[in-house]
Design a protein around this ligand. Sequence first.
Ligand SMILES: Cc1cc2nc3c(=O)[nH]c(=O)nc-3n(C[C@H](O)[C@H](O)[C@H](O)COP(=O)(O)OP(=O)(O)OC[C@H]3O[C@@H](n4cnc5c(N)ncnc54)[C@H](O)[C@@H]3O)c2cc1C
Length: 312
Amino acid sequence: MADTPPRTGSPATHDTDLIIIGGGPAGCAAARMAASVGMRSILVEPDRLCRNLFRIPALNNVLGGYTSGPELADSIVAELKSTELCRLELGRHVTELRADDDQVTVTVDTGARLNAPYAIVATGVGPLQPRDVAWITAPDGLILPPLWQAEADDAEGRTLLVLGGDRPIGTFLRANPTTDTRLLVAYPAADEYKIDEIREDPRVTLLPVGHLTLGPAEGTSVSAEAPGQDDALKTITADAAYLSIGNAPTAPPGDLTRCADGYCPPADQHPRIIVAGDLRSARFQRIMTALGSGSEAALHAYYAAKELPTKG
Ligand SMILES: Cc1cc2nc3c(=O)[nH]c(=O)nc-3n(C[C@H](O)[C@H](O)[C@H](O)COP(=O)(O)OP(=O)(O)OC[C@H]3O[C@@H](n4cnc5c(N)ncnc54)[C@H](O)[C@@H]3O)c2cc1C
């Protein structure tokens, strides 16, 4: 697809036509679509582009013949890197987003500020931590990695305590069918329905718990206490602990309208802020919907720029 001038023409006072926050499928699709209608964009991403896709070993719901996340990611990244109208700011994250009548102002972690007539926010979701759920008591400041970060080689022959029964456990087991890893899955009653797909896997020990108290890390092992069925406290020990509690929206601070659950409905935002991808709601969290909503967000900015010319 060729980038097609003419540009939408933001005044010289703006750094670019469009700031895109987040470089997942939604943000990348927004940048590509913006370029195709002649809009300049700056895309800010702290990690590598499409980082989530590198965690998906097998795909069965994406058009185009892609059968794995990395395969799709490589294709998107190559295309975006050759998109001349998009300036990539990798290794940076947005710390604040402000919107007024004339423009949006985005602050990045270096303290630098960028402004543009419109911003697309496509920051997706991130893993909940033990402090975010009532059924776990954890040492202050404890941050644990999500299960998908456990490398099969590192997990080989080890016992991992997995907190929560969310679906990535099934993904991990399917992706590593021969891994000799023991998973101790401690989960609350609310996750009961999610663990059906892993119930029969011989590598899994299910530990339904009402409450679990994580001990301080000791050397390379972890321990936790939870009341057993007879109400007596049982000690659980493992080589490492990982999370499968679920995800929460990761919107940057500032002028975004959030629901009580932290999601940012597109219809409720400032006219200069457009939300795309997983950040919109807990529903529709898929690659294809992220690509579509990111593309649509860029076109929204394009048409809004024509109808709402900025001052200057
Ligand atoms: C293990 C796993 C398996 C999955 N399997 C499938 C599947 O098989 N099929 C499917 O359709 N979907 C699958 N998904 C879901 C799919 O990956 C997501 O729906 C999709 O990635 C959402 O795209 P997004 O661009 O909205 O958000 P993301 O991909 O989450 O991208 C958001 C980006 O924003 C960045 N960001 C966050 N905060 C900031 C900030 N302050 N400043 C700047 N950037 C920021 C993040 O670093 C991230 O790169 C899976 C997800 C996971 C985790």
